[in-house]
Write a protein that binds this ligand. Structure first.
Ligand SMILES: [Zn+2]
Ligand SMILES: [Zn+2]
Length: 337
C-alpha cells in the first residue's frame, strides 16, 4: 500500500493520557447467549445514550417538522432548503456543544481524554491552517448537504410513490427488529466502505482528508471528502430498496451523520458534575487515527478481530503494526531500487 503518512508512529510515542480499553459488543461472543444479545441491542434505545437521543429527534422531526407529503412529491427549493437548514442546525448543536464542552471550555479537563495534547492542531496541512475551522468547513459544506441529499431523495421518492414506506401500526414488530439490527448493519457497512477507502487510489483521492486528523475532536468525525461522504452515508440506500418506516430512515441518517461527533470526541465518556453520563468516543477508532492500518470497523461487530486488522490498544499490537509497516517500507524501497 503506497500511502504517504504525514507522521510516523513510534512505539515510544507517549501520546496517551488515557487508554482504552477496546471492548467489542457481546452480541457476537461465544457461546451464543440470546438474552445478552437482546439486551445489548435493545438497551441503547431506552437508556441515556446517543441512540435514544437520535430516536427522540427522529420522532420529533417526523411528527412535527417534516413537510406534508403533497409538498414533498415535487422537488422544490422551499422544503429542500428547510431540510438542509434543519440538518445543519442539528450538526451544529451536536458537534458544536461537544466541542465547546470538551475543548473550548474544557469542562471535564483531561478526565478520560485519550490524547494527551490539550488543544487541536494548527498546521498548514489543514484548510485555513486550523484543524477546527477545517473540520467545521468539511462537515457543513460537504457532510450536511450530502446527508440532506439522501434524506430529500428518500422522502421525495416516498411522496411520489417510487419508494415504498411501511406504516408503524401494520409493521410494529418489523420496526423494532430494524431498530435492533441497524447498528450491526451500519457497522458492517462501515468496515467494508472504510477498507475500500484505504485502497491507495481512493485514499489519495478522498480518505486522506479525514486522516489529516491524528488528534481528533467532535468536528473531525464528519470532516470528510465529498466522495467519502457519499460512500459512508450510502448505507441508507437499503431503505430505498427494502421498505421500512420513514422514522427508521431518519434514525439511520442520524446514526451515520451525528454519531461521528461522539465517536471522534476524543474522550471515552462525558462527565458532568463528576458523574459519567454517557459514552462518547471509543479507543478503537482513536487507534485507527493514530496507526491507520488497523481498526477499520467499530466495536459493534468484531470484524477487525475476524479479519485480522485489530489493534487492541496494547503495546504488543503497536509493535506488530510498526513491524508490518517497516517491512512494507523495505519492500517498497527494494521494488523502487
Ligand atoms: Zn475517523
Ligand atoms: Zn481510515
Amino acid at each position: 500500500m503506497s500511502i504517504n503518512r504525514s507522521r510516523s508512529a513510534s512505539l515510544h510515542d507517549d501520546i496517551w493520557n488515557h487508554r482504552g480499553p477496546v471492548i467489542f459488543s457481546p452480541v457476537f461472543s461465544w457461546p451464543v447467549n440470546l438474552l445478552t444479545i437482546f439486551l445489548t441491542l435493545a438497551t441503547r434505545w431506552v437508556t441515556l445514550t446517543r441512540a435514544m437521543l437520535f430516536l427522540v429527534i427522529a420522532l420529533g422531526m417526523y411528527n412535527f417538522l417534516l413537510p406534508e407529503t403533497t409538498e414533498m412529491a415535487t422537488l422544490s427549493a422551499g422544503w429542500v432548503l428547510s431540510s438542509l437548514a434543519r440538518n445543519a442546525i442539528l450538526m451544529i448543536i451536536v458537534a458544536g456543544s461537544l466541542h465547546l464542552y470538551l475543548f473550548t471550555f474544557s469542562k471535564q479537563g483531561m478526565q478520560l481524554k485519550f490524547d494527551r495534547r490539550q488543544t487541536m492542531d494548527t498546521h498548514k496541512r489543514f484548510s485555513f491552517g486550523n484543524q477546527v475551522h477545517d473540520n467545521i468547513f468539511w462537515c457543513l459544506i460537504s457532510g450536511v448537504p450530502i446527508w440532506t441529499a439522501y434524506e430529500v431523495f428518500y422522502f421525495w421518492g416516498v411522496a411520489n410513490g417510487s419508494i415504498t414506506a411501511l406504516s408503524f401500526s401494520d409493521n410494529t414488530v418489523t420496526f423494532f427488529i430494524w431498530l435492533l439490527i441497524l447498528p450491526v448493519f451500519n457497522s458492517t457497512h462501515f468496515y467494508v466502505i472504510h477498507r475500500l477507502l484505504h485502497w491507495p487510489p481512493l485514499y489519495e483521492l478522498a480518505h486522506r482528508l479525514h486522516h489529516r486528523n491524528i488528534q481528533i475532536g467532535p468536528w473531525s468525525g464528519m470532516s470528510m471528502h465529498p466522495v467519502e461522504h457519499i460512500l459512508y452515508i450510502s448505507s441508507v440506500l437499503i431503505h430505498f430498496v427494502i421498505p421500512t418506516h420513514p422514522v427508521l430512515v431518519l434514525i439511520h441518517l442520524y446514526l451515520r451523520c451525528l454519531t461521528p461527533a461522539f465517536s471522534h470526541a476524543g474522550f471515552e465518556k462525558l462527565i458532568v458534575k463528576g458523574k459519567s453520563i454517557t459514552e462518547a468516543a471509543d479507543f478503537h477508532h482513536q487507534l485507527h487515527h493514530k496507526y491507520f492500518d488497523c481498526n477499520y470497523g467499530n466495536v459493534e461487530v468484531p470484524l477487525d478481530r475476524w479479519l485480522n486488522t485489530l489493534h487492541d490498544g496494547t503495546d504488543n499490537a503497536t509493535a506488530v503494526i510498526l513491524q508490518k509497516r517497516r517491512l512494507m517500507l523495505q519492500e517498497r524501497k527494494q521494488n523502487s531500487g
